[in-house]
Design a protein. Structure first.
Length: 132
């Protein structure tokens, strides 16, 4: 259906973002990133930018991923889903201290007993125990 929408309206930011997200989830980063970039050229959608940031990071394009994550923080300061991406980015750069700070920021904004909070707390404990 998304392809049909794009045939009819190739500049549909929603359809471009959905197709880009689907490509990213299936590991097709070479198609995901251009679709998400095109969508973002038409509208500044949080989900599209977050997905592109993750896809860029997975593709080894760390500076571009960081730019997307920082843009999210400045444009959507109350949405804290950016912190795990920044934490993963810091880990890829071998900066465990920064990663810990990002995961701590994320944890402080989660409901205390949520599955996500427990998983983040476990990740933090693992990172902290690996510190000298």
């Amino acid at each position: 259906i998304i392809d049909q929408v794009l045939e009819f309206n190739p500049n549909s930011p929603t359809a471009l973002a959905k197709k880009g997200s689907f490509c990213a989830q299936s590991g097709d980063l070479s198609n995901a990133i251009p679709l998400l970039t095109r969508s973002l050229s038409l509208t500044n959608d949080y989900g599209a930018r977050l997905t592109r940031g993750v896809a860029l990071m997975q593709n080894g394009r760390l500076d571009e991923a960081e730019a997307d994550f920082q843009e999210l923080l400045s444009t959507f300061p109350t949405n804290h889903q950016t912190f795990p991406g920044l934490g993963e980015l810091a880990l890829r750069r071998k900066d465990t201290n920064a990663a810990i700070q990002y995961f701590e920021q994320f944890l402080t904004n989660l409901p205390p007993n949520s599955l996500e909070a427990r998983a983040t707390a476990a990740r933090l404990r693992s990172l902290q125990s690996s510190q000298p």
